[in-house]
Design a binder for this molecule. Sequence first.
Ligand code: ADP
Length: 848
Amino acid sequence: MPFYKVISLPKPLAIPTVDGAKRWWHRLTPHRQDRVAMLAPLAAVLLFFAAIVAALGYLRLEEMDREQEAVQRDVEYTQQRLRLRLLERQEQITRIARELANREIDANDFKARAANLLDQYPEVQAMAWVDEKKRTRASQGMGANTIGPYYIPGDVLLKQDRDTGYALTRQLNQLLYVQPPLAKDEAPLLQMFIPLNNKGRFSGVLITEYSIDGLYRYGVPSEVSARYAISLQDSTGRLLAGTSIPGRKLVSRFLPWANPGNEYSMPVSPVGSGLVIRAQAYRASLGVIGSGLFWLVSTLSVMTAWMLIANWRHTRRRLQAQQALMSETNFRRAMENSMLTGMRAMDLQGRITYVNAAFCQMTGWTESDLVGRTAPFPYWPDSEREHVAARLEEELTGNATPGGIQVRVKRKDGSLFDARLYVSPLIDAMGTQTGWVTSMTDITEPNRVREQLTASHQRFTTVLEALDASISVAPLGSDELLFANKLYRQWFGVQAGGHLQLVAEAGMPNSPTNDDSDDSVDSFAGLPTTTLPDSDPESAEIFIEALGKWLEVRTRYLSWVDGRLAQMVIATDITTRRLAEEQAATQAERAQTASRLITMGEMASSVAHELNQPLTAINNYCNGMVSRIKDKQITEPDLLIALEKTAKQAQRAGQIIQRIRSFVKRSEPNRTPSEVSTMVAEAVELAEIELRRFNVRLNHYVAARIPQVMVDPILIEQVLVNLLRNAAESIDSALRQTSDRIVELRVLPKRIDDKPVVEFSVQDTGKGLAPEVMARLYEAFYSTKADGMGIGLSLCRSIVESHLGRMTAENIYNGDDVVGCRFSFWVPLNDTGTLTYSEPPAPQPNLG
Ligand code: ADP
């Protein structure tokens, strides 16, 4: 196998500075990067500008140096030329002077020679030969005016100050150049004084006058004067000839680079400092070009910098706009994603272009499953394709229902849900429609809730409609009917008349406040504004003649769904109950009488026995009286006594019969204020007949000062007789010894539930109540006795309860042995309730 060796190529060497710069760049925050990106070009522009200025300045200095040198050279050259010219003249004239001093030439010769010179050298303006006595011997000028008033032959050279040079020359005895003080309008001139020495003796002066203007014109080379402003000046700087550029200094002060001191001056050598030649470079054009370039560069730099800053600002604004756009986009995206409504966008051809997260979540299909699809879409349920396709067609043609359409949607897992779709056109920024946007909401839950609501409403209505009570609701103080159920409509129609009649007849206030009826201003003052006390419904039983029915009417106040205070009236048909009650009352009355008859029947032998005694006594008394009257053994007083005794016995028998009669006599229930002790005494009298038969002793105790009670005394007596009889029978069947055959009747005032009552209790020493008996004690026709009817106790209880009292029974124990039982009942004092019959309640186990 060939062996390949992996050779790692050396990495290209990174230039550390570039690397470092890169690292530094990446370490910067974006904000700083922006800064740097903005400042760097600006700095570059400034650097470029500085470089250009420096280069320009350098070049300028160079040039200025060069110019300076050139000026200097040219001035020196010109000075040389002037000097040469002056020296040549000086030499020629010195020769003439020598000849004059040596008397080799006379005045005419001199004039000729001078004229010749003047012709040849125009700068020489005048020549004069002045002798030792200051007298002009001869003179030659460029015309009369140049000789002027000074050198008139024969005149003494005293006029004016032209003799200053003469005096000085005579004194120094050497060649002198003098600038005479000038009269007004006199062209500047230069005088040359040459002393004339004849054998060591001063013999006069040869004066030559140069026109400085002529010197300038003929002495300065034209190429130099073309380049510079050449001027001749005196020692004080006064311009004598030529041109000078004034104000140069001012310009150069403000534009130091624009040819500052590009000038040069030097004295013209044979004359000395009295005549100075000065050259000033024109150079204007060069300055303009240089500063023009400078200004161009500065303008361009400023413009570039300005453009950079403007560009940077623009970028920054764009960046801000971009950021705002980004955050807006993010916000919208977040909103879209957190929205619970599904969104779907379609182009005009029905192709899905967009779905949001909620849409995907609802349908279970992903964005990639849906975007780009055309109908049929995967979330269409197979069974409803045609329906959905029709809806889509409507949607695309813009005919969709504005209220939204309801469709079924299939999830990816195949399950279905109800959805509501709302379609709206998708308009782009240019205002043209590019498609349709559909929002989708899952309405399965709302549908379910609505169905539930409908169902419960239906149930509610069904219940209300089927109710055998009429229900009506009307707002207070209005005859509008808010609600009425079927029975109401049957009874009273659809008007509120029935409602109002019921309220009026039931005597109920149709305002919830009856306490403050005086308050005529606001009868609802003090009412809670939100909820009304819906407890305390009042009820009344009324007879409606139009219907021929007894109705129980209840009202209650409620705030209606629109917030109005309304009164609801519930009327129940109680005609049957009323009839049954009436029947039952009659029957109960009959039952009570029957029961009393039965009691009497059962007591018949005892009653017979009881009656037997007075009857026997009467019989005995009568027989005794008969035999004693026959034997004539009776006195009238004795007979009277016997008759009285007989009558008493007969009265007693009559009393017994009267008591029995009044006991069993059928009478209407009649509650009167009754004396407890009377009722007890009468009951005891009746019961004692039976107690005696069973050989049972009765102890009774009635507490003193018991107020009268509002009862039917016959019925209470019936209860007491019943209880006493049962007690005696129980003692008898328990076969107690004579000493134990005791029944105790106690009547005591008591407080039960904080109400004053009178409690009657009958306690015996019998066999007590077995548990099974206890359970069925008050059941009608339940008896443990062979001849018992079993209706006694049940009647007793209903009598007590009709007096709003209660009855209890309990065993009496001695250790674990039952030694008897106690029946007790109470009736309330101060009772004002009506005496009505009520059905015996269901048997209650373990009473007491
Ligand atoms: P009856 O006396 O005709 O049987 P009651 O209704 O008066 O009908 O009594 C029902 C039953 O209650 C009696 O059969 C008896 O068993 C029982 N009972 C009533 N009073 C007593 C009592 N004082 N002691 C024991 N059992 C009693």
